[in-house]
Design a protein around this ligand. Structure first.
Ligand SMILES: [Zn+2]
Length: 69
């Protein structure tokens, strides 16, 4: 079965091919998919999610230790 690619995803791929940002469509130069502003946003988002995930893992580990005694 062929995977369906969304209209948005096709647009993003086309932008990247044209040398433009996959989010806002402006010209990009320093990064592979995004312009500088979008790359910064993306980096901060990923960082925040990673920190949240790590914090949740730490919390779960602490709970486990506390339950053991
Ligand atoms: Zn952008």
């Amino acid at each position: 079965m062929k995977k369906k690619v969304s209209r948005q995803r096709r647009w993003q791929i086309a932008q990247v091919k044209k040398g433009r940002c996959a989010i806002c469509g402006q010209k990009r130069k320093n990064y592979r998919h995004f312009c500088d502003a979008c790359q910064t946003k993306h980096r901060e988002l990923k960082r925040r999610l990673a920190r949240q995930k790590a914090a949740a893992a730490r919390k779960a580990a602490r709970k486990k230790r506390a339950a053991k005694g």
